[in-house]
Write a protein that binds this ligand. Structure first.
Ligand code: AMP
Length: 402
């Protein structure tokens, strides 16, 4: 997506001194109970928040987390983020359980310029996901300016992403700028060879991205659960492995297109197989591409790992989205972890490595190489939609302002 074509203002281009500023952040962080398991998404917003606090802004933070239901709300509260924010920002951070009316207003009034206010999980209000106009308007009334820094949420047309900018002038924050810059580099003029690695469970989510990537990459590697739909499309038996039957014909078309363009498309040639998906299952490596009757492919095999590692070592630009196996179970995580390490080595040797998607970032963290990529994208769906060439509603809303 071209920032210029969308006419987006940037935070550094507007005068925000002493203003009340609403900032949409993406604090959809993984939590166990009240413990935040990974603070990356919070830390990544620091440049934007520091900019605002240094400009003496009352900085009002808006975010969602998870998919709260009315029955199980408490576990999705943003309140446990308060001590982390206070620690990272070094200023008082106030909290409001309400989004509208006098109670949130009095919390904001109490905050001094240069202090922050965190509102409760926006999805506690039904108006957020419905993109309700009244809700958007009442949020907008809390501030004088809107900064969009929730990259991971830009593909959602919700009240806080597309509704608020209808009522408040806005600009993009530093995190959104950084994410767009890296994706522009990948989609613009990447250094070659350009390699894309796709894995994960759902082919349906990634069909559009594969088509777009085929215009650009030199090599496309497919592993993880996705591989079995591609193998089935070639008539290879896949046992009880995950297959999206209604996507087999799409996979066939992709394989044919790759052949016609002489594009290198490699689907994992061997697999770690089990009869049941459980941590202590008996494991066998397939002798060839086929998964035998009654078995399930749960990770890439050694031969695949060798082949994929070789391709990574040769590439100058690498985009990776989707784990190579059911990495949540340690016994099936080897392929993904080793691939992560190969990516880290490639970065050290000068390749540009870009990794996107929550699960793939979790793999990097498990392998201890999160800091060793050129860029870890905080967006999953948003990254994929941008790579497909879609216009993200959150950016469109800002570019349509007068
Ligand atoms: P996605 O959201 O499509 O990127 O998928 C991520 C999920 O794919 C992870 O939860 C993995 O456990 C899952 N996954 C990866 N490989 C396989 C596989 N061979 N069979 C089933 N699920 C898989």
């Amino acid at each position: 997506m071209d920032k210029q074509a969308l006419k987006l203002k940037r935070i550094q281009d507007v005068d925000l001194e002493n203003k009340k500023v609403l900032v949409r952040v993406d604090y959809n962080v993984p939590m166990e109970g009240t413990k935040v398991m990974d603070k990356t998404r919070i830390q990544e917003t620091l440049p934007t928040l520091r900019h605002l606090l240094d400009a003496n802004c009352k900085t009002i933070l808006l975010s969602h987390r998870g998919r709260p239901t009315t029955k199980a709300r408490d576990q999705f509260s943003l309140k446990p983020l308060l001590p982390i924010l206070k620690d990272i920002l070094g200023v008082p951070v106030h909290f409001s359980e309400d989004f509208m009316g006098s109670s949130v207003q009095s919390v904001i009034d109490k905050a001094k310029p240069g202090e922050a206010v965190l509102l409760e999980n926006l999805r506690f209000h039904p108006g957020e996901e419905k993109n309700d106009n009244t809700f958007a308007k009442s949020l907008a009334q809390l501030g004088e300016y809107f900064i969009q820094d929730a990259f991971g949420t830009l593909h959602r047309a919700h009240a806080s992403t597309v509704g608020v900018p209808r009522y408040l002038p806005g600009a993009i924050g530093y995190l959104v700028q950084k994410e767009l810059k890296f994706l522009d580099r990948v989609l613009g003029n990447p250094e070659r060879p350009f390699l894309a690695i796709l894995g994960g469970a759902k082919v349906s989510d990634k069909i559009g991205v594969i088509h777009r990537l085929m215009d650009r990459v030199d090599t496309l590697l497919i592993g993880g659960g996705m591989a079995y739909t591609f193998l089935a499309a070639q008539g290879v038996s896949v046992g009880k492995s995950l297959v999206e039957k209604n996507k087999i014909s799409d996979a066939e078309k992709i394989i044919e297109e790759a052949y016609n363009r002489s594009l290198e498309l490699l689907v994992s040639p061997d697999h770690l197989m089990v009869k049941e998906i459980k941590p202590d299952a008996e494991m066998v490596v397939s002798q060839a591409m086929a998964v035998q009757e009654g078995w399930i492919g749960v990770d890439i095999g050694l031969h695949t790992l060798e082949l994929f590692t070789e391709k990574i070592a040769e590439a100058k630009t690498i985009f990776w989205n989707g784990p190579m196996g059911i990495f949540e179970i340690p016994a099936f995580a080897q392929g993904s972890l080793e691939l992560a390490k190969a990516m880290a080595k490639a970065t050290e040797e000068g390749a540009m490595t870009i990794v996107g998607g929550g699960d793939t970032l979790a793999v990097l963290a498990k392998a201890g190489v999160s800091k060793k990529m050129t860029h870890c994208s905080t967006g999953g769906g948003a990254t994929l939609e941008l790579m497909e060439g879609k216009t993200l509603p959150g950016l469109l809303a800002l570019s349509q302002q007068e």
